[in-house]
Design a protein around this ligand. Structure first.
Ligand SMILES: [Zn+2]
Ligand SMILES: [Zn+2]
Length: 171
């Protein structure tokens, strides 16, 4: 998925990407749906303004209990893509509507859409998710989830003498 500056022209070029072939291999299994919308317009011979929206659903692991969490992502992004080496901060102000607009320098006037989407995806996916703010996590003793009352340890740690007693009682 590559777009040459010359193909873009002064009118807005839109791209709607429904397929998931561009997803990085470690993220693909976590995704249940992803779509990307991209629009670009050439603002000068060696500059393109690219705007996009990345939306998808991902199944991530809860950082405390390991349960799967359905995470919905929606990420807007904007780039000023240029082959120009000079200082372009003025242009960025003029061309970008998004304050967080990034500048992307290219050697060749060809935009690799996959590169951009992958970068945005890595930025958008949270490093840590919780199934619930109140998630109680796993029991340090039996390893079972404390959210579903599977653990019956009553907070007694394995190396305490009471744990052995309790086990005897149960048997
Ligand atoms: Zn959890
Ligand atoms: Zn337990």
């Amino acid at each position: 998925m590559k777009i040459a500056f010359g193909e873009i022209g002064r009118k807005i070029t839109r791209l709607s990407i429904q397929d998931t072939s561009w997803l990085p291999s470690e993220i693909a299994p976590l995704s249940s749906s992803v779509t990307a919308e991209i629009s670009c317009r050439q603002s000068s011979e060696n500059m393109v303004v690219l705007e996009g929206l990345l939306a998808g659903r991902f199944r991530l692991d809860c950082a405390r209990c390991g349960d799967q969490v359905d995470v919905k992502l929606e990420e807007n992004f904007q780039y000023l893509v240029t082959t120009q080496k000079e200082e372009i901060s003025d242009l960025q102000e003029k061309e970008c509507s998004d304050e967080e607009c990034d500048t992307l320098y290219l050697k060749e006037p060809v935009i690799d859409v996959v590169d951009i989407l992958q970068e945005q995806l890595y930025l958008a996916i949270p490093g840590k998710v919780l199934c619930d703010e109140q998630c109680k996590g796993l029991c340090l003793n039996c390893g079972k989830s404390k959210n579903r009352n599977e653990c019956t340890c009553d907070g007694v740690l394995p190396d305490s003498p009471f744990a052995a007693l309790k086990k005897l009682k149960k048997d």
